[in-house]
Design a protein around this ligand. Structure first.
Ligand code: AMP
Length: 280
């Protein structure tokens, strides 16, 4: 497995794979890899000849008072995990490799990005679409794999790829959870064991909401939102938003259409910001 930090070298690696007629998959990550990330790498392995995992904590997607500085970094362990999952290359650029000191160009999706997480993290998705475009331009993958834990992020990337005629297929991977149901996230490292057990209430609340919708044949979005918020909120858990959205676009809907919707939430659990969702 190659470990590459320079964009120029990464481009050369991809160019030679392409010249051999190989299909390239990219798995973009911010590192601190867990089984959720590893499932994406394995899926990429099944779908392509060459798998590139990028590890880059992207400063432009963090707000000024967010956790960029304390975000977990564990490059050596990440590299070993990528190797074990059969990656062919790990791309680990530095911030200055990706952004010129006077970089002034952004890629902005202007509809989906304004909803859900976009309301409390106004420039977050601008950072995501910009860095994903940069990674696509460097690696030039045929496919790119993203996790449905970040369902809004995938919807925005799919929209960007469609709108800008980017030559890449976006592959969705299902959410991977711990034994209690908590969606795996690098940010779970901010919590101790007891908190992680407590935070599993988020998934239980989403499951209970799905059950309620099915049993009551409920179509009322306000009822669903109130139900999920009531089931999550406690002394430790503060719901930032709960929305019923279109499963494909992540845009809020006015009526719940079974099989085509997702309930998405963001929650402060103590000092940790968590997101999760469930298909309904
Ligand atoms: P991140 O490192 O948090 O930027 O995530 C990198 C990729 O891994 C994104 O496509 C995420 O959606 C995906 N991912 C993160 N956590 C999970 C999970 N628990 N299950 C599936 N995919 C995940």
């Amino acid at each position: 497995m190659k470990i590459i930090s320079s964009p120029k070298e990464m481009k050369a690696f991809s160019a030679s794979a392409r010249a051999e007629g190989k299909k390239i998959a990219l798995v973009p990550t911010m590192g601190a890899l867990h089984h959720g990330h590893l499932s994406l790498i394995k899926l990429a392995r099944e779908k392509a000849d060459v798998v590139v995992v990028s590890i880059f904590v992207n400063p432009t997607q963090f707000g000024p008072n967010e956790d960029f500085d304390k975000y977990p970094r564990q490059l050596e362990a990440d590299i070993n995990n990528c190797r074990e999952c059969g990656a062919d290359a790990v791309f680990t650029p530095s911030v200055s490799d990706i952004y010129a000191p006077d970089a002034s160009t952004y890629v902005v999706e202007e509809q989906i990005s304004k909803e859900l997480c976009g309301k409390s993290r106004p420039k977050h998705f601008r950072g995501v679409t910009t860095v994903v475009t940069i990674l696509f331009n460097i690696v030039k993958p045929d496919i790119a794999v993203f996790g449905e834990k970040d369902a809004q992020q995938i919807s925005i990337i799919e929209r960007m790829v469609r709108d800008l005629f980017m030559d890449v297929e976006i592959v969705r991977a299902p959410i991977v959870r711990d034994e209690n149901g908590l969606a795996l996230s690098s940010r779970n490292k901010y919590m101790d064991k007891l908190e992680r057990i407590g935070a599993a209430r988020i998934h239980r609340a989403l499951e209970a909401t799905k059950k309620m919708v099915e049993e009551e044949n409920c179509r009322n979005v306000d009822r669903v939102k109130a139900f999920v918020i009531n089931n999550i909120a406690n002394a430790k858990a503060r719901v930032i938003y709960a929305e019923v959205v279109d499963a494909k676009t992540s845009l809020p809907v006015s009526e719940l259409d079974p099989g085509k919707c997702r309930v998405s939430v963001a929650v402060w659990y103590g000092q940790t910001r968590l997101i999760d969702n469930i298909l309904i």
